[in-house]
Unconditional design. Structure first.
Length: 258
């Protein structure tokens, strides 16, 4: 995994190649780009799956559709009209899954009529402006884009927490991190912070210092995760602000925005 710059929010002069920039650079043609795209698809499988569930499919069917969607996406030789300077993987993936659903509905309608119909290519799922809504005329679709974006934000936060937990474990701090994680995320457990600290051998003061440091590192990890899905360092803060908006009802977001 490529390492983004330390001060991601400051738009540094040299932006290390990230997964999405690698994909865009080669338009998916190289083995490196295909591997990077595969890693992004694996990381953000959950938003697609939940989008399909909200579209009315039961769990098994949604899983089948998600697997078929990603199979087709990863089999494509290129990314069509995505512009390297404007692309966000989140927007691209949402547009692609919408077109995939349109194709599946067209197949179902054709099957009911008893006739075949040529499949819609996923190459049609992109537009030169990937920052906007990539919608298609579909009166049957009732899932708003914000549902997808909310699941995206939740997945991103979960990945950041898991990465932070792994760092703490590697540093021999797995126990304190697990005990104090609720305060990192803004949860309000029945157990007091002082009691949680005592159970892992920390004073209340030491616990407060640890939570403060982990919150700071949490924000850094969230930004690093966002960097993997945008094509320009200037988009990181903008993407972060948007994800804060879609997670506005979640207490977690207060510690990302601090």
């Amino acid at each position: 995994m490529e390492t983004p710059p330390t001060h991601l929010g400051d738009a540094p002069r040299a932006f290390a190649p990230t997964r999405w920039t690698l994909v865009l650079r080669a338009r998916g043609a190289s083995a490196e780009a295909q591997r990077a795209l595969g890693e992004l698809c694996e990381a953000y499988w959950q938003p697609v799956f939940q989008f399909l569930r909200r579209d009315g499919h039961d769990e098994d069917r949604a899983r089948e559709l998600a697997q078929e969607f990603f199979r087709r996406l990863l089999a494509r030789p290129s990314l069509g009209g995505v512009e390297p300077g404007r692309g966000r993987f989140r927007s691209y993936l949402l547009g692609a899954v919408k077109h995939f659903l349109a194709e599946e509905r067209a197949r179902a309608r054709a099957a009911k009529r008893g006739g075949g119909q040529a499949p819609v290519s996923l190459d049609a799922c992109t537009d030169t402006d990937t920052t906007g809504e990539l919608a298609i005329p579909d009166p049957h679709s009732v899932v708003p884009d914000t549902c997808f974006d909310h699941e995206w934000a939740v997945t991103l936060v979960d990945r950041a927490v898991a990465a932070l937990g792994a760092e703490a474990e590697a540093a021999g701090r797995g126990g304190p991190f697990a005990a104090l994680k609720p305060w990192l995320l803004g949860d309000v457990p029945a157990l007091s912070q002082a009691e949680a600290a005592r159970r892992v051998g920390l004073s209340e003061g030491a616990a407060k210092v640890a939570v403060h440091r982990w919150r700071k590192r949490f924000r850094e990890v969230v930004k690093a995760e966002i960097a993997q899905t945008v094509s320009d360092p200037g988009q990181i803060q903008e993407e972060l602000r948007y994800l804060i908006e879609v997670l506005a009802t979640s207490p977690t977001i207060t510690h990302i925005a601090d």
